[in-house]
Design a binder for this molecule. Structure first.
Ligand code: PAF
Length: 283
């Protein structure tokens, strides 16, 4: 395994891979790796000649400074975890924020459209501008053939699709299924921030998505929302931030005049103040 910490070394390493026409796969992460990340890496290993995992906690995608401060960091463990699955994986861990943001820590402007107006975008203003900024930088640095992202952050994958369609037509996007624990909780680095007791109760989040899948066509939308809210909020320290059903491509809301696409349930629950998101294809 090689670990590269700055752009100059990275460019030198990538130059020879490009010369040899290797198929490069990139898995961008913010570290604190779990089985969800590992499934992306394992999928990349199967189809690419060279796999790069980037670990960078991107400051511009945090609209809440406290969230940025508390975001779990475990670089040593991440390196050991990666090494344990294959010695062929390459890691890019920028040694400072300066490597990525040499001038100012600011976002670049992208026209992300409606995807950047609803759900996460509404509750985390600027979040996807930060995501687009870092992803655009990473794609320009690596110029990978294939990139791997998780379905858990489904709205994020729409933002990435938008970037690829606009600027990187030669990159293939692979979206890997959400990995869940035995209770159905989607794996996330933020799960580490939960108390043992709340963690045990988090299966209710996926439970509500399954409930919505079963009932959304036969239940009034407002009633469905109320039932989900009460299921969540009867648990101490659990608050529903949103539950919405939207078209999985346009993110237009499900409704009487709009019921012909493929619809997904999107949920965000604040557990002890930690935002946990999940989603499920309903039809
Ligand atoms: O999903 C994440 O971990 C981050 O949003 C990403 C895609 C690595 C960008 O910083």
């Amino acid at each position: 395994m090689q670990i590269v910490k700055n752009i100059i070394d990275l460019n030198n390493t990538l130059k020879s891979s490009k010369k040899e026409e290797k198929k490069i796969g990139l898995v961008p992460t913010m570290g604190s790796l779990h089985e969800g990340h590992l499934s992306l890496i394992k999928t990349a290993l199967k189809s690419c000649d060279e796999v790069w995992v980037s670990i960078f906690i991107n400051p511009t995608q945090f609209n809440d400074p406290k969230d940025f401060e508390c975001y779990p960091k475990d670089f040593e463990n991440d390196i050991n975890t990666i090494n344990s699955i294959s010695s062929k994986i390459n890691l890019f861990i920028p040694e400072s924020v300066n490597e990525i943001y040499p001038d100012d820590i600011t976002v670049d402007e992208f026209e992300l459209g409606f995807v950047n107006k609803v759900l996460e975008a509404k509750y985390r203003p600027g979040h996807f501008d930060g995501v687009a900024t870092i992803i655009n930088k990473l794609f320009n640095i690596f110029l990978p053939q294939v990139v791997f992202f998780g379905e858990k952050d489904f709205q994020q994958t729409l933002v990435i699709r938008n970037l690829i369609d606009s600027f990187f037509p030669n990159i293939s996007l692979v979206i890997c299924p959400t990995v869940r624990n035995e209770n159905g909780l989607a794996l996330s680095s933020r799960n580490k921030l939960l108390s043992v007791n709340s963690y045990k109760n988090c299966g209710i989040i996926f439970g509500c998505l399954l409930f919505a899948k079963e009932n959304y066509l036969k239940t009034d939308y407002a009633d469905l929302l109320n039932i989900i809210k009460s299921k969540i909020e009867k648990i101490n320290e659990f608050n529903l931030e949103y539950f919405e059903i939207r078209d999985e491509i346009t993110l237009e809301p499900f409704g009487k005049s709009n019921n012909e696409g493929r619809f997904r349930g999107f949920i965000c629950v604040k557990v002890e103040g930690v935002r946990l998101i999940d989603n499920l294809l309903l039809d």
